[in-house]
Design a protein around this ligand. Structure first.
Ligand SMILES: [Zn+2]
Length: 131
């Protein structure tokens, strides 16, 4: 382990900086992308708007998940706290499930294995629903 203060940047020889893979926190641009994708917290039945959400690593940073746009989503503070970061089996009786990216979209995998999205009206207006 290199510690919490070590960052590794990837630089293309002609295109320049490509990514900063070990950053712990999302950049401003990454946060905007996450908010554009999910206008409300993507946990089913949640109504918290994206601008009041936290940026969440879908594959937990502590488990090696990278801070890049495809691994980030917004979650409200409550759902970010109850999301199972993969430390235990999602079928565990105390698990509330966890967010995954499925076919490009962020969904909840319930402890029973169902894939659920948020059906809030604004959920259908996120960037991934518009393409
Ligand atoms: Zn929420």
């Amino acid at each position: 382990a290199l510690g919490d203060k070590i960052y590794a940047g990837l630089f293309h020889p002609t295109a320049g900086p490509v990514n900063l893979y070990e950053a712990r926190f999302a950049s401003g641009k990454q946060r905007i992308l996450a908010m554009a994708e999910n206008l409300v917290c993507p946990w089913p039945d949640c109504k918290v708007p994206a601008d009041r959400c936290q940026v969440h690593h879908i594959d937990a940073h502590k488990n090696g998940g990278q801070t890049n746009p495809s691994n980030l989503t917004t979650l409200c503070a409550y759902h970010n706290g109850v999301n199972d970061d993969g430390a235990r089996d999602v079928r565990h009786e105390k698990s509330r499930g966890r967010m995954i990216r499925h076919r490009g979209q962020v969904k909840l995998v319930t402890p029973g294995g169902k894939l659920l999205g948020n059906t809030h009206d604004l959920s259908t207006m996120g960037a991934m629903d518009l393409i």
